[in-house]
Design a protein around this ligand. Structure first.
Ligand code: GDP
Ligand code: MG
Length: 373
């Protein structure tokens, strides 16, 4: 529903509240200044006062994603296997960053090692001739935020549990988030190199939470690893691939792109920069894209080593340059046919966000008002 009150509308079109109410009255409807206007009234008023208004709602703001999905269902599909996208979660200090770093450094050829020092929001490694994408999540909040926006960013969650520390509050949280997202969970029992490592205790604690190891008759893979020595890391990667096989992850690289923004920032000399993970289709340099309020022609694409690439395929992470603004994390990026369409979608989204913000501030001021009375 459109969330705009009579006085807000008056302000926006530079008329006095009484002029607007008078006009409404002449149309046969009674409004007070704090009443919300319905869509029809807004359109009639806009016409009377000779102003342009666009009304938006949730649905319209997300329409481009829906349109993309519908087009895909209607068209001929050319599905091929895509890389699985993995998120590592777990309690603080249990070794998420160490594990990501170890996997990445082990898989980057020596000659490319220079690229490793730079921060990347997501990266891809090869195992048995197949690719696996890892997302470096800033935490559960971001994961939940992305999910609340409907972004399907991850196929499998790895929950890291330190074998010398066991299940902790954020371990439970991570499991709850993964369960809520309906994403398969693999447990990495980390710090196995430590003397105090007690993997059986980890198993028992997790079994209590309904995450029962396969060797105990349950459904979950527990992989003992050490991010320090590298023990078990190859097993972990193989377990990921086996789990991915069960999921039968497929996408159509012949389509226009659909991707999820993992992180974004404004960089000196580069402008808005967005790291995305491709969900479907292929992104290419020169594509016209839209991602929330941001749009533009893809100026350059960079892989996880900062190297310039011409395209990125489903399941792959890539850094996109050339956007007009910094898109929000979790936003869906798609490519469209013309610059005009891209602008239109971005404008709709901006208007939607502005109205949402406006309805928030209105609420606050009304609360303040009643507090004063
Ligand atoms: P995060 O908070 O989950 O990202 O944890 P970190 O990766 O920052 O690791 C926390 C601490 O545990 C660091 O001092 C790591 O060096 C150490 N650590 C991580 N993994 C291992 C491991 O497998 N063995 C040992 N001995 N130490 C580890
Ligand atoms: Mg960390």
């Amino acid at each position: 529903p459109e969330e705009i009150r009579v006085y807000e509308f008056a302000e926006k079109i530079n008329k006095s509240v009484s002029e607007v109410i008078k006009e409404l009255f002449s149309l046969g409807v009674m409004f007070t200044k704090n009443d919300f206007l319905d869509k029809d009234s807004i359109e009639i008023l806009a016409d009377t006062f000779g102003v342009n208004v666009t009304t938006v709602n949730d649905q319209e703001a997300f329409d481009y994603v829906k349109a993309y999905d519908e087009e895909g269902e209607a068209g001929e599909q050319h599905l091929v296997e895509r890389a699985p996208v993995i998120t590592i979660m777990g309690h603080v200090d249990h070794g998420k960053t160490s594990l990501l770093d170890y996997i990445r450094s082990a898989k980057v050829a020596a000659g490319e090692a220079g690229g490793i020092t730079q921060h990347v929001g997501a990266y891809m490694v090869e195992k048995n001739g197949r690719n696996i994408t890892f997302i470096d999540t800033p935490g559960h909040e971001a994961f939940t935020e992305m999910r609340s926006r409907g972004a399907k960013v991850t196929d499998i969650v790895i929950v890291v549990v330190a074998a010398d520390d066991g299940v902790k509050p954020q371990t439970k949280e991570a499991i709850e988030h993964a369960k809520a997202a309906g994403v398969p969970i693999i447990i990495a029992v980390n710090k196995m190199d430590k003397e105090a490592a007690n993997p059986d205790l980890v198993k028992a604690q997790l079994a209590e939470l309904g995450i029962t190891p396969i060797d105990w008759g349950g459904e979950h893979e527990f992989v003992p690893v050490s991010a320090k020595t590298g023990m078990g890391i190859e097993d972990l990667l193989e377990t990921i691939l086996l789990q991915a096989d069960l999921l039968e992850l497929k996408a159509d690289p012949s389509r226009e792109v659909k991707a999820t923004v993992i992180e974004s920032s404004l960089e000196k000399g580069r402008g808005p920069v967005a790291t995305v993970v491709i969900e479907d289709g292929t992104i290419r340099v020169g594509d016209i894209v839209v991602a929330g309020i941001a749009f533009g022609k893809v100026k350059a694409l960079l892989n996880d080593l900062g190297q310039s690439v011409k395209e990125a395929l489903p399941g792959e992470p890539v850094v996109v340059l050339g956007l007009s603004e910094v898109p929000g994390a979790g936003e869906t990026l798609i490519s469209v046919k013309t610059d005009k369409i891209a602008r239109e979608y971005a404008k709709k989204k901006a208007e939607y966000l502005r109205q949402k913000e406006l309805s928030k501030t209105t609420k606050v001021s009304l609360d303040d008002l009643s507090a004063m009375i």
